[in-house]
Design a protein around this ligand. Structure first.
Ligand SMILES: Cc1cc2nc3c(=O)[nH]c(=O)nc-3n(C[C@H](O)[C@H](O)[C@H](O)COP(=O)(O)OP(=O)(O)OC[C@H]3O[C@@H](n4cnc5c(N)ncnc54)[C@H](O)[C@@H]3O)c2cc1C
Length: 385
């Protein structure tokens, strides 16, 4: 098929790969550039040579979705193995089940409550003097009372966000974060799993199309638009404008990697709620591929801190100050012809992988339909604000 248009995609993560594939299948010539020396973006997985463990290089990724089309899409490129995310937490020298469920409540308070008893007990723990919670702390105290709040929310949140839960909005904790049964699967989604040979292999297969070329270790700069009929940009929104209006706030992660002979912690994710423990969690990567039996083990101690200019941006902060700055960048982006900002960095939002794929498919479809109508492509599929 003769290629119709030359399109540049910045970023070889899930956003770039899925958009690229859809447009390549429509006959366009797709060039994808990525600063890094590998494809896959933050979902990148690679096998550790020494131990044989499939490592989630930028932190653990678990696939979960209710979106049937997205589930069929990923299964079209990769076999997904059954995987349930069951997280544990260490607090005050004890190990508990998470998310807080009937087991956690019974463990924590040394009880053997049935669901209704636990509900009544927790209701009595809740701080009823708080009628209009403004902060994360007030919201948590109102839901679960001081003991559970301090064991499972206070320290973890403080480490994760680098500020006191009294400085975070109540909206972060929207619903009662407790289950009154023994269900400890972290996600409720209908489809959950792990790619059998890793996310990077899956993304390599998405990119494997004769109309797609990928150039790694190649950074895009704003001036390099000539020759392309359109650009899909999945890099940082503020980075596109050379941070001219300042840097959008992110949290970054430091991973302290260590290896172990055998099984280090017996589960994939162990959270640490105590403030005295400087890391938020330890992830043991072989447990993300429970069908494999690698010789040794690779673990990450995960530390969260403010993102500096040379760090990898992980979690957008999106509090009042950041949103005001974001509005200015969105206004700038709207002036930029021929560019669509996509993905978690291009739109400054936390996006799970399934949402990333959904938006990427919708973006490609919108582009093709606008082309057919001779209409201009949108700058954003969803307004980032
Ligand atoms: C710690 C963490 C854990 C997560 N865990 C889960 C999980 O368990 N389940 C889940 O569903 N989702 C999870 N996610 C979300 C998941 O990582 C995202 O959905 C996904 O990475 C988004 O893909 P993307 O292509 O938009 O962005 P990215 O993966 O960040 O890809 C963007 C790419 O653009 C490249 N780039 C940037 N600027 C430039 C430039 N100027 N020139 C060239 N290249 C550039 C970058 O190098 C990068 O490779 C997690 C995210 C984080 C941060």
């Amino acid at each position: 098929m003769r290629a119709k248009e030359k399109i540049l995609i910045v970023g070889a993560g899930l956003s770039g790969a899925v958009i690229g594939r859809a447009l390549a299948e429509a006959g366009h010539a797709i060039e994808i550039v990525d600063t890094r020396n590998h494809i896959g973006g933050n979902c990148h997985t690679e096998r550790d040579e020494a131990t044989g463990v499939m490592v989630h290089v930028y932190g653990p990724h678990i696939f979960h979705t209710d979106d049937k089309e997205v589930w069929d899409y990923v299964n079209g490129f990769m076999t997904f193995m059954p995987y349930k995310n069951r997280v544990k937490a260490t607090s005050g020298g004890q190990v508990y089940s998470l998310p807080i469920n009937l087991h956690t409540i019974n463990q924590f308070f040394g009880k053997s409550f049935r669901p209704d008893e636990a509900r009544a007990f927790l209701d009595a723990q809740a701080d009823k003097t708080i009628t209009d919670p403004q902060t994360f702390e007030e919201q948590a105290l109102r839901f679960v009372g001081r003991d559970l709040y301090e064991a499972f929310f206070k320290g973890y949140t403080q480490k994760q966000w680098g500020c006191s839960p009294t400085e975070l909005p109540a909206s972060i904790l929207k619903r009662l974060p407790v289950r009154f049964n023994y269900e400890d699967n972290y996600f409720f989604h209908k489809y959950q799993g792990m790619p059998e040979t890793g996310y990077t292999e899956m993304i390599a297969r998405i990119l494997d199309h004769p109309n797609i070329t990928v150039r790694l270790e190649t950074s895009f700069r704003r001036g390099e638009k000539a020759g392309y009929s359109h650009i899909f940009y999945s890099g940082p929104l503020d980075g596109y404008f050379d941070y001219e209006l300042g840097r959008l706030g992110y949290r970054t992660l430091d991973f302290e990697r260590f290896t172990y002979e055998g099984d280090y912690q017996g589960c994939a994710v162990m959270n640490y709620g105590d403030v005295a423990v400087p890391y938020t969690r330890i992830t043991e990567h072989k447990h993300f591929s429970p069908w494999e039996e690698p010789a040794g083990s690779v673990c990450y101690r995960e530390f969260s801190r403010a993102c500096g200019p040379d760090d990898i941006p992980y979690y957008p902060i999106r509090l009042v100050e950041e949103k005001a700055q974001l509005a200015d960048y969105v206004a700038r982006a709207e002036q930029e012809a021929g560019v669509t900002f996509v993905g978690r960095l291009g739109t400054y939002r936390y996006l799970d992988m399934d949402v990333t794929i959904r938006e990427a498919l919708d973006t490609a479809r919108l582009y093709l339909s606008r082309k057919a109508e001779n209409a201009a492509m949108a700058t954003f599929l969803h307004p980032p604000l």
